[in-house]
Design a binder for this molecule. Structure first.
Ligand code: PMP
Length: 360
């Protein structure tokens, strides 16, 4: 099997599996030794995440980034609604940010959505849209469909210079471990970095105030009630620690793939200003799903755009400047550190064969 769908999910690494198996079963709220041990596991993972992010502050565990994004958006809006009602975001957000934004709009918030295809300098456009009424800026650090990068340092610095009280949130799911992320709150997910599904986290700077979206036993300082998923969290920490600092493997794979795609007939590259582990391209005259299933017959797994959009052409691709025709034949290839040049060769051969067989 050749797996090139790592932006959808990754295989848990050996370190994560081992950490899961070796983790005690105690409840961190228990006062006895097993509880203390479990609490220590949470602390260890928090420290690993903070170190990787290069930040000081707080980390809250959630069921995944969907919940982290909901907590970030609703938690900020509810905490700050007396101060203002304007929110600035982008038109390329994952549904776990985009849908909460729609709900806030229904509640009377003004939501401004910016499209990268309409701005030369997208970071400046985001920062320029902020005014004194704006309580939240929310943008993804890396887009899941094309790998498009938003320079969070630039947005963060520009926004804070003018409006220090405006909260900056970044959906860091695709960017975590790959690009630096500057924000007051950051959502991350374990299963995108070789941990398990079912656990994510929300980083928050000490000064940022959020209201909970889940109420209950008051765990995690009351911000996210519910018994913490200790075993999944142990694996999350191990996956973070095992994630390499040196990501040159991605740039090598990307360069090789781009070279082979350049030699192929009628292939357009949709990724621009993108991370090295995601390449989105369109094979003219072959619909995404046809190519996807053809490759699957060879046990090569890719995605047609974003797995979350389940085959529907997404408005996100349009906002990224991709034409409907290109979107209809878009393939997303996303690497992990275990992929090889030989696997890229097999993919390129598969695409060339698919073109011969299906091109209309
Ligand atoms: N944001 C982005 C950018 C994503 O790619 C995903 C996963 N597709 C999510 C949020 C949701 O993450 P989770 O699967 O952990 O809920």
């Amino acid at each position: 099997m050749i797996y090139f769908d790592n932006a959808a999910t990754t295989k848990p690494c050996a370190e994560a599996v081992r950490a899961f198996e070796n983790c005690g079963f105690g409840n961190p709220s228990s006062l006895h030794g097993l509880g203390v041990e479990a609490e220590a596991v949470l602390k260890d993972t928090k420290n690993a995440i903070l170190k990787k992010l290069g930040k000081e502050g707080e980390v809250y565990f959630t069921s995944g980034a969907t919940e982290s994004n909901n907590l970030a958006v609703f938690g900020t809006a509810n905490a700050l609604k007396r101060r203002g009602n304007r929110i600035v975001t982008t038109a390329i957000e994952h549904p776990s940010v985009a849908e909460p934004m729609k709900k806030l709009e229904e509640q009377g918030f003004e939501v401004v959505r910016l499209k990268p295809c309409e701005h030369e300098d997208f970071e400046k456009a985001i920062a320029d849209a902020v005014d004194e009424k704006t309580i939240l800026v929310s943008f993804m650090s890396v887009n899941n469909e094309t790998g498009f990068v938003i320079d969070s340092k630039k947005v963060y610095n520009e926004v804070k210079k003018k409006f220090p009280k405006c909260v900056v949130h970044s959906d860091g799911v695709q960017g975590f471990c790959k690009v630096p992320i500057y924000a007051d709150i950051i959502s991350i997910s374990a299963h995108k970095i070789h941990g398990f599904k079912g656990v994510g986290a929300l980083y928050k700077s000490k000064e940022t105030r959020l209201l909970p979206t889940v109420y209950g036993g008051g765990q995690q300082g009351g911000l996210r009630s519910g018994t913490e998923p200790v075993e999944l969290t142990a694996a999350f920490g191990a996956a973070v620690r095992a994630y390499p600092e040196d990501l040159s493997c991605f740039s090598e794979l990307k360069a090789h793939l781009l070279k082979l795609l350049g030699e192929a007939d009628g292939v357009t590259i949709n990724s621009r200003n993108s991370v090295d582990n995601i390449v989105n391209f369109s094979v003219q005259g072959v619909r995404s799903e046809i190519m996807l299933h053809f490759l699957e017959e060879r046990e090569i797994y890719v995605s047609s755009g974003s797995a979350c959009s389940r085959g529907k052409i997404s408005p996100v691709t349009a906002a990224l400047g991709i034409s409907p025709k290109d979107a209809d034949s878009a393939i997303r290839v996303s690497f992990c550190r275990d992929n090889t040049v030989e696997e890229i060769n097999a993919l390129a051969k598969g695409i060339a064969d698919g073109i011969k067989r299906f091109r209309r």
